[in-house]
Each structure stands twice: as C-alpha cells, then as structure tokens.
Design a binder for this molecule. Structure first.
Ligand SMILES: [Zn+2]
Ligand SMILES: [Zn+2]
Length: 293
C-alpha cells in the first residue's frame, strides 16, 4: 500500500507535473471521471489527486479509466492520489479542507461523508418546510432531483423555484427567500475543522487547507501566521500554496509563512472543467518549483 505522508506528497510535488486539486461530475465539476482521465493525460501530468466536494465516488471510475487507457494505449498515466474536499467550520468561518488518503483506506471515509450528507439533507428539508408555510410548494424529492445526484443545496432550491415560476431569477430566490436572514433561510452547520482533520488522520491521510487566499487571512503577516500556526496545532500539515485562482504574489507570501511553520506546500488547480472555464488544469510545462521547494 502506498502510504500518504507529507514526505511522499512533497516528493511528488517537487517532481513536477503535479496537480492535487480537481473535481468531476461526482461533485460540481464539468468533466466526468472518464473525460478527466483524458484531460490529465493530455496535460502530461505525472501526479494527480481527485478532490471532489464531500464525495469519493469519482475516484474508482477515474482509477479504472486510467488503468484501461494505460493497458490499451501502452502509455503511462498519472499516479492518482485519493482525495476529498470537505467544507468545515473553523474560527467562525467556512473553510475548505483537503484530505489525501491511501487508496485502500479511502472507503473508510464513507460513513463520515454519509453523516455530513445527512446533515445537509435535514437542512434542505427544513428549508422546504419553511417555503411550504410561506405558500411556496417545493419538496425535498424535487430538490434532490434538480441536484441530480449532486449534493443538493440552496442553488437547487432556487432553480426549482424559478422552474415553478415562484421567482423570475435565481437571484430573486436568494434575495427574497433563501439568502441569509430571509424567511426560508436555515443556517448551514458544517462539521468543525478539528473533527474532519481527525477523520482524515484516522484514515491514515493528511489534511491540507485549500485555497487559503479566499478566507481574508492574507491582509497581514501576523494574521496569516496565527491562522497557520493554530491550524498546525490541530493537525493540519499542509497549505495549498499554488492554486488556480491565486495570484503569484499571494503564493509567495503564503509559501513564506508556510516555510516558517514547516508546513507542506501543495499545488492544486481546483479544476472544475466547463463549470468553471477560467480555471485550467496544471500541465507538465508549468513550473512553480520556486514557490514549492
Ligand atoms: Zn474549495
Ligand atoms: Zn475544490
């Protein structure tokens, strides 16, 4: 079994042609696992991690596809690391946490994923009930059908309201009904970060903070240092330092602080296929070694 350790990840990252953050249609990405297999090969990547939101369902199909391509075309395909991206609560905000786990143990994350899914479902049910009382008829079954297997949430409820002509636009659904403080809004309770970190560690994996530029922590050095230090204290071992939507001057800043705390610096495009067309996969020609070494 390939152990997933900080040392192993560092070696793969510094080996280049590495992208440790991407999504498929198993969550909100635009590419199916089969299409993503073609895309990562075309990009010439040597190491990839699939990190769908709150699901590991895409991993096995992607793995199988890569194997089939390798056998049928006689080419080498990227090493796939099993991963997941959790939405968690930490210090009064939502943070995204990447977990990388050994392939053989990956399925052990499922009960935890199921429990999170159940929480989301209960929230959706409560919002449907509120809407019903307000004279807007949407059922949980309808909402989940709109979600089409994806984790359903407010955007799906909004879409349904538009489809049923209760609102003219998704924006109106949020502004009048579903937004924070509006009558059908129910706060979302994500798992505490510490709990998800423990779960990842329990599965012999490593926990990495995704896209740290998105949380308002980079305004000054002491804020960022304090955040990273406290994250390290609760078992986070890495920081996404190169990210598809992160300016390189911020990467430099993050790399610097991560170095001070001896945290692993990772690279992930956060590729979503055609659902986020401005973000591309990294390729063999991208060289961020000066940020990641
Ligand atoms: Zn994210
Ligand atoms: Zn992501």
């Amino acid at each position: 079994m390939q152990k997933i350790t900080v040392e192993y990840l560092r070696e793969r990252i510094l080996g280049g042609a590495c992208d440790l953050h991407m999504h498929t249609t198993a969550s909100d990405g635009g590419s199916t696992p089969a299409l993503l297999a073609e895309e990562v090969i075309a990009a010439g990547l040597r190491t990839i991690a699939l990190t769908d939101h709150d699901t590991i369902e895409g991993i096995e199909p992607l793995h199988q596809r890569l194997k089939i391509i390798q056998a049928s075309r006689g080419i080498s395909t990227p090493t796939l690391i099993s991963g997941v991206e959790f939405s968690v609560d930490w210090e009064n905000q939502k943070v995204h946490l990447l977990g990388y786990v050994p392939e053989e143990i990956c399925a052990d994350l499922q009960p935890y994923i199921d429990s999170q899914q159940q929480k989301r479902r209960e929230r959706n049910i409560q919002m449907c009930k509120r809407l019903e009382k307000l004279g807007i008829s949407v059922t949980i079954d309808e909402v989940e059908a709109v979600g089409n297997g994806q984790n359903a949430g407010r955007p799906h409820i909004a879409k349904l309201m538009q489809r049923k002509n209760y609102v003219a636009s998704l924006q109106e659904a949020f502004d009048d009904w579903l937004g924070k403080g509006r009558p059908a809004y129910v706060p979302r309770r994500s798992a505490p970060l510490e709990e998800a970190v423990q779960e990842i560690r329990h599965c012999q994996g490593v926990a990495v903070i995704a896209h740290p530029q998105k949380y308002g922590w980079t305004k000054d050095r002491s804020t960022l240092f304090g955040k990273f230090k406290r994250l390290k204290e609760v078992g986070v071992v890495g920081i996404e330092t190169i990210h598809g939507e992160m300016p390189l001057n911020i990467s430099r800043f993050i790399a610097d602080v991560a170095d001070d705390l001896e945290l692993l610096k990772t690279i992930g495009s956060d590729y979503h296929g055609n659902t986020k067309p401005h973000v591309r996969l990294y390729t063999k020609d991208d060289d961020f070694s000066s940020y990641l070494a």
